[in-house]
Design a protein around this ligand. Structure first.
Ligand code: HAM
Length: 413
């Protein structure tokens, strides 16, 4: 017996219906904001992530699924932003349309220790707005994330935002932190001990209690921000206020990927437990240039779809009542049933039949399980009279309908 790889999931029919719903709603909302879909490959050169996310980040150090060796290695993508930035550059989208608003959905891969809400293959629903430094697009991105959650009927989440500043400001913050933490390394967890050298900013959002205690005594605030970045952040906050979007400024929010600059945000939900981020994002104004592309400001976010589904209210979904279930009893009736199914499908009616030779009672139960709106029964009697028995599953009413006027009868139902 083969088993699924730990940290992966089979999405069975019932659940896949919930995924389709979520995808349909998100397409509608993305289109309200004029985002267009982009589909990028699942494998990329591993170097793309090394360069974009940063060689010392946890994802690149420990979590990439690699195929092949060293320089030629390919990677199963751990996230979508780097691929979209690569595609923007490679397809000259800067020359074709300049500012581009793109969304995507699909599987991502990280070799993490699986637990609730933390998978090795999970799915992102994300978007990227590439080609603008304007603070208004930061506001749009947060507002879009907020409106997606509302459209998914998710509440009880909190939006946290921060500004890391430009590349220079980040460097400043890094130096200040190293200076202030120098004498306190012994009190940090083992991971933060390593981060002190490679990526000291990450000490700020470490969840370990001893690290938190040390870090919370430090006054981070906005002192690392230059005047321009301060102004940018003030405009983002004012924009969110004007749209009445609730948020919390968290100066300890740094995010785990190196490409971020200026605004970063995370959306948290208590219902998720320790892996509490429903989604996250922010600006990455240097990434396009870093990858050999144009000077283009950019921002975006991604939700983890599995996490969205974990917190989405468990109301029973309204399933399609349009399915017509055909029950044909006996050889001749089955032949007639096949023709009826074919005609119904050609007329755009969704229908199915019993392929397991069930009794009438068993087939009716199946129709019920499938939440069929109507059942068509064809037995010997019906065949002789050239009719079918049409049963409305909601009201329980049934009537005989001439076979040739079946489509009209269904249209009138
Ligand atoms: P991220 O924070 O690494 O950001 O991932 C975004 C979301 O993906 C997380 O908030 C979480 O909901 C989900 N997620 C991450 N790892 C896992 C996992 N192992 N299992 C289940 N869900 C997971 C990014 O990836 C950035 N590319 C977001 C972005 C887009 N920034 C700018 N544009």
């Amino acid at each position: 017996m083969f088993k699924r790889v730990p940290g992966t999931k089979d999405i069975l029919q019932e659940e896949s219906f919930l995924w389709q719903n979520l995808e349909r709603i998100s397409r509608e909302i993305f289109s309200l904001y004029n985002y267009k879909e982009i589909r990028v490959p699942i494998i990329e050169e591993a170097g793309l992530f090394d360069r974009s996310l940063g060689g010392s980040t946890e994802i690149v150090q420990k979590q990439m699924f690699l195929i092949g060796k060293e320089k030629e290695a390919l990677a199963l993508r751990p996230e979508g932003t780097a691929s979209v930035a690569r595609a923007y550059i490679e397809n000259n989208l800067d020359k074709r349309e300049g500012f581009a608003k793109l969304y995507y959905t699909g599987p991502m891969f990280r070799a993490e220790r699986p637990q609730k809400g933390r998978l090795r293959q999970f799915h992102h629903l994300g978007c990227e707005a590439i080609g603008s430094y304007d603070s208004a697009i930061d506001v749009e991105i947060v507002s879009l994330a907020d409106n997606l959650l509302k459209a998914f009927s998710i509440d009880g989440y909190e939006v946290e935002i921060n500004s890391l500043g430009c590349r220079k400001d980040k460097k400043e913050l890094t130096l200040t932190l190293r200076e202030e933490l120098k004498g306190k390394i012994g009190g940090l967890c083992a991971d933060c001990g390593r981060r002190f050298e490679g990526n000291v900013l990450r000490v700020l959002d470490c969840k370990n209690e001893s690290c938190r205690k040390i870090v919370r005594t430090m006054d981070i605030g906005e002192r690392h921000l230059c005047a321009e970045c301060k102004g940018h952040f003030a405009r983002v906050k004012a924009g969110l206020d004007s749209l009445k979007i609730k948020y919390l400024v968290n100066h300890y929010l740094v995010r785990g990927l190196d490409y971020y600059t200026r605004t970063v945000f995370e959306i948290k939900h208590k219902g998720l437990g320790s892996q509490d981020a429903l989604g996250a994002g922010g600006r990455y104004d240097n990434l396009l240039k870093e990858l050999g592309g144009p000077d283009a400001g950019a921002t975006g976010f991604a939700f983890g779809i599995e996490r969205l589904l974990l917190v989405r209210s468990r109301k029973p979904e309204v399933r399609s009542q349009n399915l017509v279930y055909v029950i044909a009893l006996g050889e001749e009736a089955k032949k007639e049933g096949l023709k009826i199914l074919d005609n119904l499908r050609k007329a755009g009616v969704s229908c199915d039949t019993d392929y397991e030779n069930k009794s009438l009672k068993g087939a009716m139960r199946k129709a019920n399980d499938l939440a069929a709106g109507y059942v068509l029964i064809i037995g010997e009697d019906e065949l002789k009279k050239g009719v079918v028995t049409l049963k409305d599953m909601k009201t329980g009413e049934q009537k005989e309908v001439k076979t040739e006027s079946l489509i009209e009868a269904l249209e009138q139902c």
